[in-house]
Design a protein around this ligand. Structure first.
Ligand SMILES: [Zn+2]
Length: 292
């Protein structure tokens, strides 16, 4: 537990980050269900997919309601998919971690080093991880990544970068805008080329265009370093998971596995530990040779 004498509200904001994350996760559940079905995410109000009963607000409290109802609909007792509570817990944890690492009030950095911090970084990263979670769970279920997340993410990333230059570890709006544009172009270009190359070799589509647009959005938020890390990291995570699935489940190599979740996992790792690894890499390059 972290307390600061200088800022008595710190524990309050820490709890609030978690609760705000749970509430956002609850809204993302609605988006995950409705966006691929082309339904509005604002209305109608939530109802049980089995008995169609409207869910009153007091049974729609993130995490808590699911536990209280023991995962069943209050009215028809149908099972509620555990994905709802999983997404709420996941987003709550991510929001909390973003707050702990990137808030400006604490001197302590529990999860690593950050070169430049800014008050704008926490809400920007909350938005960013929300997009990644949304893309991941829609891709799992429908094998698509909605354009509102990928193309929307590119646009929002480019607009936010000059407003919060700390996103790219720089201190001027122009430098941040350039970083964002380079990240977008590099990410898009890299996965597009890999996809083209793969299609030429395997004579079938190797990479979904949704993945290409998603890495463009990741680049718009994180710049070229984030893109390189995410492309390499996602292929490592993807290989490990892919090989495990083949060994354990007897899935054939050709089985289509959604790639968006791997991109998202690597992009989240970059948020929390990327700068640490990048710095370690730079130190390695610039370290004087032994014996000199
Ligand atoms: Zn029901």
């Amino acid at each position: 537990m972290i307390f600061s004498e200088d800022f008595p509200w710190y524990p309050f904001f820490t709890v609030l980050s978690f609760l705000w994350g749970a509430a956002t996760g609850s809204f993302l559940n609605v988006c995950i269900y409705r966006i691929p079905r082309d339904e509005s995410v604002v209305k109608p109000r939530s109802h049980c997919p089995h008995c169609n009963q409207l869910i009153p607000w007091y049974l729609n409290i993130p995490i808590f309601s699911y536990l209280m109802l023991m995962g069943r609909c209050r009215f028809c007792k149908a099972r509620i998919t555990p994905r709802y509570v999983l997404v709420e817990l996941l987003v709550a944890a991510l929001f909390l971690l973003v707050w702990l690492k990137y808030n400006v009030v604490m001197g302590a950095r529990p999860l690593g080093v950050v070169p430049i911090v800014s008050a704008g970084l926490v809400p920007v990263l909350w938005l960013y991880v929300s997009g990644l979670v949304l893309a991941t769970f829609v891709d799992f279920e429908h094998m698509i990544i909605p354009d509102s997340v990928s193309i929307g993410g590119m646009i929002v990333g480019v607009i936010l970068s000059p407003l919060v230059p700390a996103m790219h570890g720089v201190d001027t709006a122009l430098a941040a805008l350039i970083q964002s544009a380079i990240g977008l172009a590099l990410g898009f270009g890299m996965l597009w080329s890999i996809g083209k190359l793969g299609s030429a070799i395997f004579r079938k589509p190797a990479m979904g265009f949704g993945d290409v647009k998603l890495i463009g959005a990741i680049g718009a938020f994180t710049g070229w370093q984030g893109v390189l890390f995410t492309v390499v990291g996602s292929s490592l995570v993807g290989s490990v998971v892919g090989i495990s699935l083949v060994l354990v489940g007897g899935k054939r190599m050709q089985s289509r596995i959604p790639y968006g979740p791997y991109l998202a996992v690597a992009a989240v790792i970059w948020i929390f530990w990327g700068q640490t690894w990048w710095q370690a890499y730079l130190d390695l390059l610039t370290r004087p040779a032994l014996g000199s």
